[in-house]
Design a protein around this ligand. Structure first.
Ligand code: ADP
Length: 473
């Protein structure tokens, strides 16, 4: 089977979150399973572009409404990622350093999707499946089915994976002419509540829709930023498939970002060495449990609750722990988490690094005792899986993928600390449970070994995607 992934992110080329990790890993596992998987993404101006060798495979032009643009598709020459990687360039739109956050993101991603469909229509053969990811590429199924110029592609089945349904890519109907000449009777396949809603369109038009965990799929029917009724209506074509993690990249035995490697056999010693490095670097006390937070500093991750929850935990649990936060996001939260460093009473208990730092994130997964994820919404969550692979015990709110991957220590066979509501009180209580657990070092050692051996690899999930592909062929 030949599968073409169309995505806005792909690690290590460009990544803003979990989407990049998934698109960077899944194709490799599809290839291992005997299929042909390719990725096409925008040609941002990232380091990866300048450090690798490329060949031009296609040049053409298309229209975004009345604006004619030219696009170029280049292919990475050495198969560095283990699959064919194509970058699509549109001068003036995609030649930016960041993935998202520009005033013309609508124009950028619609023109990217038009160019992808146009490029595929020039192939001598057709892919068996087009797999699109999130709203940035979710108009592709519509374009394949209902744009007159691409009718010869209408038979290609498409699969949409929703990594995050909060963002839907809403576009006003005044921009409907951006989409290449399409069958006007099908306007309902674009519309949701009087806007063009690319994510809703993808859900309606794709042959199958997957979400990145089972619980998230159930939750979307209750709460999905306005799409609840659509998820209910389309539930027959929706499937939850938990993300895997790339166990080659995320391996404490060989992680290139770590100086001290370790395995289940010497994890206590190995983690202590990494923890000592972190505590020395950030002025923290190595004898206390180290609790970390890594992620986007946004409401979805309940990052707004962190300043108070951390302050309360330190004050009410007698400073029996350290916190280290790595993240970037909303300026307000960034500011609070940065200035807390200086506040009286938190010194030596708390530190933070505001920004995106891949290396430090690996060092933190390796050196921490606990990872805190109080997320309000968590479609799958990769952090908790990375943490567990590095022997770091998760403290998570029971939601989405966190619920599907973390079992509470109070339950038979459990290995994490879970809580129900995203409130300061429940976070502080969960931290208290973790700190108490830490006093029992034998139990901690057992749990570390147990979580490091859990299988979160892609093999199982990749097989589930293959089953989905077969079901639409
Ligand atoms: P989301 O995609 O919602 O942001 P996930 O848990 O699915 O959350 O994936 C987050 C990924 O991004 C993980 O690989 C995590 O380590 C990484 N990450 C998030 N913020 C940072 C940061 N500030 N520095 C380094 N890595 C980060």
């Amino acid at each position: 089977m030949e599968i073409l992934h169309v995505s806005a992110e792909c690690y290590p080329v460009a990544k803003a979150g979990g989407l990049g990790d998934v698109v960077g890993a899944l194709p490799k596992y599809l290839i291992e399973a005997g299929h042909l998987a390719k990725v096409v993404m925008p040609m941002y101006r990232t380091k990866f572009l300048y450090e690798n060798q490329w060949e031009v495979v296609h040049k053409a032009g298309a229209n975004l409404g009345n604006w004619w643009f030219e696009y170029t598709v280049i292919r990475e020459k050495t198969n560095k990622l283990g699959f064919d990687l194509y970058l699509l360039d549109i001068n003036g739109l995609l030649d930016r350093e960041k993935v998202y956050g520009y005033h013309d993101d609508t124009e950028r991603f619609i023109s990217f999707q038009i160019a992808v469909v146009d490029w595929v229509s020039s192939w001598k053969h057709h892919p068996d499946i087009v797999h699109v990811h999130d709203h940035h590429t979710a108009l592709v199924p519509f374009m394949l089915k209902y744009c007159y110029a691409y009718q010869h592609l209408a038979h290609i089945p498409s699969v949409l994976t929703i990594h995050n349904a909060q963002y839907q890519g809403w576009v006003g109907w005044d921009k409907s002419h951006y989409i290449p000449h399409w069958d006007g009777w099908r306007w309902g396949m674009l519309d949701w509540k009087d806007n063009i809603n690319p994510l809703a369109s993808g859900i309606k038009c794709a042959n199958k829709v997957t979400t990145v965990s089972w619980t998230y799929l159930q939750e979307l029917r209750q709460m999905s930023n306005g799409l609840e009724a659509l998820f209910e209506y389309e539930k027959g074509k929706c499937v939850g498939i938990l993300n895997g993690i790339d166990v080659d990249v995320w391996d404490p035995k060989s992680d290139t970002y770590l100086d001290k490697h370790y395995s289940t056999k010497n994890c206590d010693k190995g983690k202590l060495a990494n923890k000592t490095y972190l505590c020395d670097t950030f002025g923290l006390d190595v004898s206390k449990p180290l609790i970390i937070f890594i992620g986007r500093l946004v409401g979805e991750k309940a990052a707004d609750l962190l300043p108070q929850a951390i302050g309360d935990a330190i004050h009410y649990i007698d400073g029996r722990m350290n916190f280290l936060v790595l993240g970037s996001g909303e300026p307000d939260i960034e500011h609070q988490l940065a200035t807390m460093r200086e506040s009286y009473g938190l010194m030596n208990y708390y530190n933070s690094m505001i920004g995106y730092n891949e290396k430090l994130s690996h060092q933190m997964y390796a050196g921490a005792d606990f990872l805190l994820m109080p997320s309000r919404v968590e479609p799958c969550g990769l952090n908790q899986m990375y943490a567990m692979r590095y022997g770091t015990i998760p403290i998570v709110r029971k939601t989405g993928g966190l619920q599907d991957t973390v079992k509470d220590v109070g339950d038979p066979g459990g290995y994490g600390v879970t809580f129900l509501h995203a409130t300061v009180g429940e976070i502080t209580t969960a931290v208290y449970r973790a700190v108490t657990l830490y006093d029992d070092q034998e139990r901690i050692a057992d749990i570390r070994r147990q979580i490091m051996e859990l299988d979160f690899s892609w093999n199982r999930s990749a097989q589930q995607y293959i089953d989905v592909y077969h079901s639409v062929l």
